[in-house]
Design a protein around this ligand. Structure first.
Ligand SMILES: C[S@@+](CC[C@H](N)C(=O)[O-])C[C@H]1O[C@@H](n2cnc3c(N)ncnc32)[C@H](O)[C@@H]1O
Length: 301
């Protein structure tokens, strides 16, 4: 039985899919705003293993940067600390550490990366109130929290006229093709488990976070400068799935399966049959997976 629970590997396998999915207009707006800074202070929340930093550097969107990568899972931060220097050396950066800060230097431009294994809500409580950021990034993160309660606190972290880049916000559509029995029931119930998720005794999560962000962002005082879809589309090519995308698919099917077993509404035998059919389709390269998501770029007053 393969291990479909390796979260850092899932985040790594997701990178090529996110690269295809990210909304180009929102990305261009982000890149244009970064061009206007000589020095920029960035905070990424729920940043996982740091693939967004790699992407920003791969696409040459950064000038001089101080980048804080915050994630509540120490194993993700440990993987980021291991992976980023290796990635940077392969990409011709001069790599050094100053205390706990990773410094990447290439072509006269420097990126300083600070790693924080901390829960966002603890960070809100303990941070130095004078510490502000020019740009806040949340990638595949906001749909996990109580967005209306969290956004005002996030905006307090920004400098006046600071920017936000909130991407891969799930928006209510999961498609597996070809269709098999019980898909509709399973996916509807899976979306419901997202809406009923309780963290720290509070409802946290929204299976339609994408569409709801239009109003939530405005109500929190944000101005949306670009928004658009960033759907994941994963399919097998002649040689199978690209990069490590088969693992990504196994992880997704395993996540749906596990969530619904814990939920207890659908009979385990039905769930087991559904999941084994889906895993078999991945092995034969025939499963197509689409998830509808939305990206936002904007600013505060
Ligand atoms: C779906 S993953 C996305 C990770 C990364 N942004 C990426 O796309 O590769 C969501 C991340 O948010 C982190 N996370 C969830 N709740 C958090 C919280 N309250 N504070 C900080 N990080 C959190 C998780 O540990 C996880 O790494």
């Amino acid at each position: 039985m393969s291990d479909y629970n390796n979260f850092p590997r899932y985040l790594s396998s997701k990178k090529s899919i996110d690269n295809r999915a990210l909304n180009q207009r929102a990305w261009n707006a982000l890149a244009a705003s970064l061009d206007t800074y000589e020095d920029v202070e960035i905070l990424e929340i729920g940043g996982g293993i740091g693939t967004m930093i790699e992407r920003l550097l791969e696409r040459r969107a950064l000038q001089h940067v101080r980048y804080t990568l915050l994630d509540e899972q120490p194993e993700n931060i440990a993987e980021a600390r291991r992976r980023l220097p290796e990635w940077a050396e392969e990409n011709n950066f001069v790599v050094s550490w100053q205390d706990e800060i990773l410094i990447l230097w290439r072509g006269g431009l420097q990126t300083e990366i600070r790693f924080m294994a901390e829960d966002l809500f603890d960070f809100f409580a303990h941070r130095n109130a004078d510490e502000k950021y020019d740009l806040l990034i949340a990638h595949a993160f906001l749909d996990l929290v109580d967005i209306p309660a969290t956004l005002p606190k996030l905006f307090e972290l920004l400098e006046p006229k600071g920017n936000f880049y909130f991407t891969i916000n799930f928006d209510g559509e999961t498609i597996f093709e070809p269709a098999i029995p019980h898909d509709e029931e399973i996916l509807a119930r899976y979306h419901q488990t997202m809406d009923e998720r309780i963290i720290n005794e509070k409802l946290s999560g929204d299976s339609r976070a994408g569409r709801h962000l239009f109003s939530h962002l405005r109500e929190a005082g944000g101005e949306i400068l670009e928004a658009g879809s960033s759907d994941w589309v994963v399919f097998g090519e002649a040689n199978g799935y690209p990069a490590d995308e088969a693992y990504f698919l196994h992880f997704i099917v395993n996540t749906v399966h596990g969530a619904l077993l814990r939920d207890g509404e659908i009979a385990p035998r039905r769930l087991d049959a559904w999941a084994s059919a889906r895993h078999a389709q991945i092995t034969s390269g025939t499963l197509v997976y689409i998830a509808h998501q939305l990206d936002f770029f904007g600013k505060i007053p």
